[in-house]
Design a protein around this ligand. Sequence first.
Ligand code: MN3
Length: 243
Amino acid sequence: MTRRHLLRASALTSVVAALPIQTSLGAEKPPTASDGPFKLPPLPYEADALEPHIDAQTMTIHHGKHHATYVAKLNEAVGKTSLQVPATLAGLRELLSDLEQVPEDQRAAVRNHGGGHFNHTLFWNSLSKDGGKLKGSLLKGIETSFKSEDAFLTELQEKGTKLFGSGWVWLCYNPQDKALTITTTPNQDTPLAQKHEPLLGIDVWEHAYYLKYQNKRPDYLKAVLKVIAWDEVAGRYESAVKA
Ligand code: MN3
C-alpha cells in the first residue's frame, strides 16, 4: 500500500459511518470476498443441483471464484471512497441505478464489480431444479408483450445468442410503459441504469458455460431455460408492477 493510500484510508475512517469499511492497513494479501462489508452469499442450492443442465464444476468455479472476485473488488473500490451506503443488495441497487454518485476514479470498478455482484446474486436465485412453469400474471404479461410464451422464449434465446462478447440477456419490466421487454447488457452492466427492473437475467459470459458447452452458447441457453425458477421470476414481476 502506498503512502498516498494510507493517508487517504486514515482520513476516511473518520467520515465513514454507515459502511464499516475495512481498509486492511498493512495487509498485502489480495482481498477476499469475506474481507469487506459486501459478502458473497452462499448458493441457494448444492453446486450439483442443476445437473445435467448446468454442471457442478461450472457452478463451483462460477460462484466461488468469479462471483467471489466481483465481491472482493467491489469492496476494494467502495473502500477507496467515502460513499455511505448500506452493504446490502438494496444499497448496491441504489449505487447501480445512479452511478454518477460514485466518485469518478472508482465508478468503472463499482459499475463492473458491483454489477457483477448484483447480477450473479439475481442469477443464482433465478435458477432451480423445480422452478415451476410460466403461469398466472407473469404468463399473461408475457403474452401481452410478446404474443405467446413460445415467441418470448425464442426472442430470449436469439438475443442471448446474438449478443457479441460477454454480457447478459434480460427479461425486464419497464415501469414507463408497464410492458415486459427483453434487453441485453454488455459486461456486468445492469438494466437498473436504464430504469428497467430486472426480473430474470441469464449470464452469457463464456465462463458460465464453456466447460460443458464450449463455444455452443445456444445449447447452453436451451439448457438454462430448463432450470429457470419461474415462480421466483413471477414474484419479482408482481412486486415490480405494484411498486
Ligand atoms: Mn458470470
